[in-house]
Each structure stands twice: as structure tokens, then as C-alpha cells.
Ligand binder design. Structure first.
Ligand code: ZN
Ligand code: ZN
Ligand code: FE
Length: 755
């Protein structure tokens, strides 16, 4: 029997080839009707037998590869006896509910054309289609159209225009399409500096030759400039480190294909899927012993970050070089990645010997995203290019438009529109004028694209964060959200959980409600509030934030607190050791912290691993690497009532016991890798014991884990396995990182739930 259904599809469904996709499916199923766009998404009316309509609805829920379907709603209407299936013109154009797609890695069809000598786009560095290509990084405004992208300056040639207007073509309404006749132009500059160098005739071959000859080449990519060097050659990789002032932090490596990836790393099926996904992030993989990369690529690391080509330029360059290439962000040390041509030329001239550039402007800077697979699921280190600004559907909504302005480091911002949260690209560390400008631009630009104006601002409690200061300067209602409440709320929001649950926040430093610096916390937590039920034993932080770059200072504080001594250490530090002892004796006192990150730093210093760091979290990361694998013993640690007379006061995880065990074993000459492993196990056990106790007392069956220190796989797995054994349900992040990059979502979630 013939039925007719009106079907509405919402999500990222425009500019991603949805209408041609529906057309092909409907015709194949023998259905009549039409498909079109309106201001809320895609509308379909289809007529035919019920089972065929059911199949169409299932196809709609999947969508084409680039789509992100958040809803399919169908209602039965009266049949019209129509014949044929049509794509109809858009009813209204680009209004409030449209979504801007993230950038999409080059699809298989386009790669085939790229390497097909018979195709008119053979070796065209800017080919794309409705399923792939630049999106968010080139969008300048709404409605999403050619004219509101940085392709506006490249009028389509007749051949491209014909494809663009043909509903049956796979480039139907693909805004960035172009060809060698009408698209941007790639240029290779053999020298790079203030004076313009002569461009080479065949830019890709010239760039490949330069790389093979040992040059550092700046490559203008999708979301910014990269610096490239031959990964197997120690000379350019070393030069890149020295010129970038990046001493130890690992570099990512671009490999031409999976065969090349497998020569460097072990690649499990889930990891392969992540490498090949439309987001195409850098994936952290277990490195093979015989991996042929220079030692300076990732010093001392058992992992390598690999990525596959995700734009035609990267495909062509990779194929021309035929070997793995280091691809790292185009910047000096902690600055944001360069994305505008003049600025890049100025900042990168002293680093790159040559440059591969093009004339398509980048509107929005987007760093490569970084992820790993944990227990078969993606676990993000950085969420940016390819992911942002895809919406995260929430289980709750807000009447007002809420802005979460994030934290200080690894800043992102988040806008809540209805029930959808839009977390921005990675803005960076708000430590200089340039990132602060990027921060205000991110807020303004994302607001413009979503056609919303913030009506409420959620911010961190830290009075010195530039994001907090910015929030307080706005003439808008404010909601202050404690840093670790925001971390755990982000984890809850991702899982559609309102709480209450028990939450463990393992972090660097976050401002607490008692004006101390928290970071090893157990909360009874929901979106609307939290109770601090346990925390790590507090310790002074001598010299405040100086201790972040000098872990030996926290080690000195822990030795004092634990009443322990480590012979030799004061001598190795020298005069500064005595100065810190004086600080610890000073009646003025030092900032107090319960940070798990600073504790790991301190133990790294006790193990003699590192006294001074060159990037955030370095000592803790190296301690994790040092730990001997497969060790199950743990140093004992107890959980105490802080104040027996006041049962409401938080329990304390007695870190002093851990520190005394570390020192005793080091003094006995136990090898540092064993000490590191037993320390991690002890800390994980302490946190898990406190969380389990709190869950039993308060009748909770779920524990959420968040905070940047949960990038440490030994702690993550150590805590998780212990909670699993207790029969507790464990929530970890999978759509946002556990770092401060997730804070903006947590702020929005709390603000929406409490106002
Ligand atoms: Zn494509
Ligand atoms: Zn063209
Ligand atoms: Fe944090």
C-alpha cells in the first residue's frame, strides 16, 4: 500500500552532499517525492510502499560521509500519486539553525581523480567535492555560500559551474569546488624571507626535492602553516627543533599511507579507522623498535603521532617525497600557529629554508587534532581541525544563549544554542596578545556563524585567567564555575548524564573555592553542584607557579611535608635549594595545592628524571614513560578523616606515605622505573579507594574521570581497572579531551543547569 511521509533531517546536513545522497537512495528504492533544504535542515517528502520508506529513513539517519545527523523525524501525510523524485530549490536561505561543517579530509573519490592522468583535476592541489574539503577554516560568514568563504575571490569557470548546478553531480552545491582553470595556485619559494623569492615552475616537485635535500619547508595547509622536514634525517629535524625553540616535545609525522604507517608503528583496526576518518587527526601509536625516524622526532617516547594526508596538497607532497615527513605547527615555541601569509612570512622566515604556499586565505586557524585509542574508543588529546565546530547534542537545553569562555591554557570557547553545544577550535594558551585576540575572534566569529549573541557568560573562578578577566569586563550576567566542577560537568554532559555521580578530577592546577589550588579531587558531583568529599594531601608550592617549570621545588616541599630526606638532591640543586627551604619556613606561607600533576612532577624530580621542564606537564609525562611495564605492586596509601569531629569535612588521601615509600626505595637503590611504576599504582589505588568509599557512603553507582592528568594512561587505566573491580560504572571522555580544552563545555553545562 502506498504511503507518503514528510521527513525532517537535522544536524550538519547542508553543504555535505545530502540532497544528491537522498536523490540516489530514493530513486533506487523506487520512491516518488522531493528533497530540499530549508532554514532548519533537510526536508524530504517521499511516497511509496512502507518498507521502502523505512529503508529511506534508515539511510537518512546514516547520511553521506560528511554529514552529522542529529535527528530524523517523520510524519504520515496524504499520498498525492506523484511520479519521479526531484531535488527542489532551497525554500529559505541560511537561517539560524544551519550548522557549519568542520573541515573534511579528502575523500576516496577525489583522491582517485587526483592521481588519474585522464581527469581534468589530475594533480590539482585544491580539488574537493560535497563529501570533502575545507569548510570551517574558510567560512567567513553566513549563509554558507561561495561568497561567504575565502573562495569568494575565485570565480568558477564554466565547467566547474556546470558541476555545481547539476543535482546529479557529486559536486552539486559544493562551495569550495574549483579546478586548475579557476582555483587557487600553489607556489614553491626556494628561499623565504622578507624579500620575495622567485617561484619554482613545478612547486610540488621542487618542494619534495627541497625536503629530500634536507631543507625545513614551511607548508601552508588547511588551518595554518606547518613546518616540514624529512623524518628519517636527523639534520633537518635537529635544525627544526633548534630554530623553533622546541627542545623535547614530540613532533607528529605525516605518512603517505597505511603501509608506511605500519613500518613505523603498530596499528590496530580501531587506530586504522581513526587515521582514515574524515577528521584525520594525529593518532598516537605504539612505535616499532625498528622505526626509521630520527631520534629528535620524539625523544625517549615509546609512541609516535602519525597522520595520513588530509588535503590534496598533503597527498601530492607525500607521494612526491615517498617517505615520512615531520609535520609540526608553524610557530615558535608556545605561540599560536601562523595562518596569515604576511605574519607567517615574518615569524617563520628564520625557521624555514623554503616555503610551499598558496593564495587561498585561511579564515580561522585550526591546529591538527590529536587522539589515541583507549579500550577501543577514541580518546582525544586535542580537539580542533576536523572536529570543530561540530555540535555536541546535550540532554538538556537552555532558554538563553550561554557562552563558556574556557580556562587559561589549551583554551577553547563554547556556545550553547538550544540543546546543542558548539565547542570551538583549539584557541591556545591565553598568555599573549595574539592568543587573546584569537580568543575574542573565536567568540565573535562562532557567534556570527551560529547567529546568536551570548546572553550569559560562564567563567573559571581563577581571578588571574585572561578569560575570567574578559568575562568580567562584559556587560552580561555571569556564572562562575569551579575549574574541576567544569572538568567533571564536561564529562557528564558528553554522556548525557545529569548526575549526581562521584567524580575524580586529576589535574594540574585549578582555583578552588577555598582560594587554594586544587587538582587531586574527589567530588560528589552533578551539573548543578558538587561536594568535595576527598582530596590529595595538601602541600605548599614554593614560589607559586615557578614550581610548574621547576619540579624540584615541589619535590622539596613534599620531602618537608613527608618528613623525608633524599641525600644528594640538595647538592645537585645548589644554592636554590636553601632558598626554597627558607620559603618553606617563611611565616608568609606559600600557595597550597592538592594537585596530582604537581605530585607526579615532584616524584619525577625525586627519581632524578627532571628538575626543570620545557613544556607543561613534561616531568609527569616522562615519569609515565619511565615506569616499568607490567608492575602490579603499589605503594600503600591510606585515606584519612581530616577531622574526626566533623564528619562532613573531606577525607585526605595520605600522599606523604607514598612519598616516604618512594624515598625509602630510592635510598635502598631500587631502580627508578620500578619506583615510578609502584608510585603510579599507589596513587591510582588511593584515588580509587577514596572514590569507592564515597560511592558506597552516598549511594552512587557511577564515577566520572576528568582533568588533564588523565592523559596519563597508567593513572587512567589504574583508576579505571580498580573501579571496574568494585562494580562501579566509569565515565571517561571520548568526544572532548580531559584537559582544559573541555572546560568551556563544562562551564556551559553548569550554567545551563543552574540558571
Ligand atoms: Zn571529495
Ligand atoms: Zn574550474
Ligand atoms: Fe584543568
Amino acid at each position: 500500500m502506498t504511503e507518503r511521509r514528510a521527513i525532517r533531517v537535522t544536524g550538519i546536513v547542508q553543504g555535505v552532499g545530502f540532497r544528491p545522497f537522498v536523490h540516489v537512495r530514493a530513486v533506487r528504492l523506487g520512491l516518488a517525492g522531493f528533497v530540499g533544504n530549508d532554514e532548519r535542515g533537510v526536508v524530504v517528502e517521499a511516497e511509496g510502499p512502507g518498507p521502502a520508506l523505512d529503508s529511506l529513513e534508515r539511510a537518512l539517519a546514516e547520511g553521506p560521509p560528511a554529514a552529522l545527523v542529529t535527528g530524523v523525524a517523520a510524519v504520515r501525510i496524504a499520498p498525492r500519486g506523484e511520479r519521479g523524485f526531484a531535488i527542489v530549490p532551497s525554500a529559505a536561505h541560511g537561517s539560524a539553525a544551519t550548522l557549519i561543517s568542520p573541515d573534511l579530509a579528502t575523500c576516496a573519490d577525489c583522491v582517485r581523480e587526483l592521481f588519474d592522468p585522464a581527469d581534468r583535476r589530475f594533480r590539482h592541489p585544491f580539488l574537493s567535492c560535497t563529501n570533502c574539503g575545507p569548510r570551517f577554516t574558510i567560512v567567513t560568514g553566513v549563509p554558507y555560500d561561495r561568497g561567504t568563504t575565502t573562495m569568494a575571490g575565485f570565480p568558477m569557470c564554466p565547467a566547474c559551474a556546470a558541476e555545481y548546478h547539476d543535482p546529479a553531480d557529486r559536486r552539486f552545491h559544493a562551495q569550495p569546488i574549483c579546478c586548475p582553470d579557476c582555483g587557487p595556485v600553489l607556489r614553491f619559494l626556494p628561499g623565504w624571507g622578507p624579500e620575495v623569492a622567485e617561484a619554482a615552475a613545478d612547486p610540488l616537485t621542487a618542494a619534495a626535492e627541497a625536503l629530500l635535500g634536507g631543507a625545513v619547508v614551511a607548508v601552508k595547509g588547511l588551518g595554518g602553516y606547518h613546518l616540514a622536514a624529512l623524518a628519517a634525517d636527523p639534520r633537518p629535524v635537529g635544525a627544526l627543533r633548534a630554530r623553533k625553540h622546541r627542545e623535547d616535545k614530540p613532533f607528529a609525522v605525516l605518512v603517505p599511507d597505511l603501509v608506511a604507517a605500519r613500518k613505523l608503528c603498530e596499528v590496530a583496526p580501531e587506530e586504522e579507522a581513526l587515521l582514515r576518518s574524515v577528521q584525520a587527526p594525529i593518532v598516537l601509536l605504539r612505535r616499532r623498535g625498528d622505526a626509521d625516524v630520527a631520534a629528535a622526532v620524539a625523544p625517549g617516547d615509546r609512541h609516535l603521532g602519525l597522520l595520513l594526508p588530509y588535503t590534496p596538497v598533503h597527498h601530492l607532497l607525500s607521494a612526491a617525497v615517498g617517505a615520512p615527513i615531520v609535520l609540526t605547527s608553524g610557530n615558535v615555541s608556545d605561540e599560536p600557529i601562523a595562518h596569515r601569509d604576511a605574519d607567517a612570512r615574518e615569524r617563520l622566515a628564520g625557521i624555514a629554508d623554503a616555503a610551499l604556499v598558496h593564495d587561498r586565505p585561511i579564515r580561522t586557524r585550526a591546529d591538527d587534532s590529536v587522539a589515541r585509542i583507549v579500550r577501543g574508543a577514541p580518546y582525544l588529546v586535542r580537539r580542533s581541525r576536523g572536529f570543530a565546530p561540530a555540535p555536541l547534542p546535550l540532554a538538556f537545553g537552555a532558554e538563553r544563549v550561554v557562552l563558556g569562555c574556557g580556562a587559561e591554557l589549551k583554551n577553547t570557547i563554547c556556545l550553547l544554542r538550544g540543546r546543542e553545544a558548539f565547542v570551538s577550535h583549539h584557541v591556545g594558551d591565553l598568555e599573549n596578545a595574539e592568543t587573546l585576540a584569537a580568543f575574542t575572534d573565536a567568540i565573535a566569529h562562532l557567534g556570527r556563524l551560529l547567529e546568536v549573541t551570548p546572553e550569559l557568560v560562564a567563567h573559571d573562578l581563577h581571578p588571574e585567567y585572561l578569560s575570567t578577566k574578559w568575562a568580567c569586563a562584559q556587560d552580561l550576567p555571569l556564572v562562575g564555575v569551579q575549574h574541576h566542577h567544569a572538568h567533571l560537568a564536561a564529562c557528564l554532559a558528553e554522556h548525557g548524564e545529569p548526575g549526581p555521580v562521584i567524580g575524580i578530577a586529576c589535574d594540574g592546577l585549578g582555583y578552588g573555592t577555598d582560594d587554594t589550588l586544587w587538582g587531586g579531587e574527589v567530588f560528589d558531583v552533578s551539573l548543578t553542584g558538587f561536594t568535595r568529599v576527598a582530596h590529595l594531601e595538601p602541600v605548599p608550592l614554593p614560589g607559586g607557579t615557578t614550581a610548574i617549570r621547576q619540579p624540584w621545588r615541589t619535590a622539596a616541599a613534599w620531602l618537608r611535608t613527608a618528613g623525608a630526606e633524599l641525600p644528594g638532591m640538595p647538592e645537585r640543586i645548589g644554592a636554590a635549594w636553601l632558598a626554597v627551604q627558607a620559603l618553606l619556613d617563611s611565616p608568609l606561607g606559600q600557595p597550597i595545592t592538592t594537585s596530582a600533576g604537581r605530585l607526579c612532577d615532584a616524584v619525577a624530580a625525586l627519581c632524578g628524571l627532571r628538575y626543570r621542564t620545557t613544556y607543561e606537564g613534561q616531568a609527569a609525562i616522562e615519569l609515565e614513560r619511565l615506569a616499568a611495564p607490567g608492575v602490579t605492586e603499589a605503594y600503600p596509601v591510606s585515606v584519612h578523616d581530616q577531622c574526626a569531629r566533623n564528619p562532613a569535612s573531606p577525607r585526605v588521601i595520605m600522599v606523604s606515605e607514598l612519598v616516604r615509600a618512594v624515598v625509602a626505595e630510592l635510598r635502598r637503590g631500587v631502580a627508578a622505573p620500578l619506583v615510578a611504576a609502584r608510585f603510579h599504582n599507589g596513587l591510582a589505588a588511593g584515588l580509587a579507594t577514596a572514590a569507592t568509599g564515597a560511592a558506597r557512603e552516598r549511594g552512587r553507582d557511577t564515577v566520572a574521570l576528568s582533568g588533564g592528568v588523565f592523559q596519563n594512561m597508567l593513572l587512567l587505566e589504574g583508576v579505571r581497572a580498580r573501579l571496574d573491580r568494585e562494580g562501579l560504572r566509569v565515565l571517561v571522555h571520548s568526544r572532548l579531551p580531559c584537559t582544559d580544552g573541555g572546560i568551556s563545555l563544562g562551564q556551559v553545562a553548569v550554567a545551563a543547569a543552574t540558571t
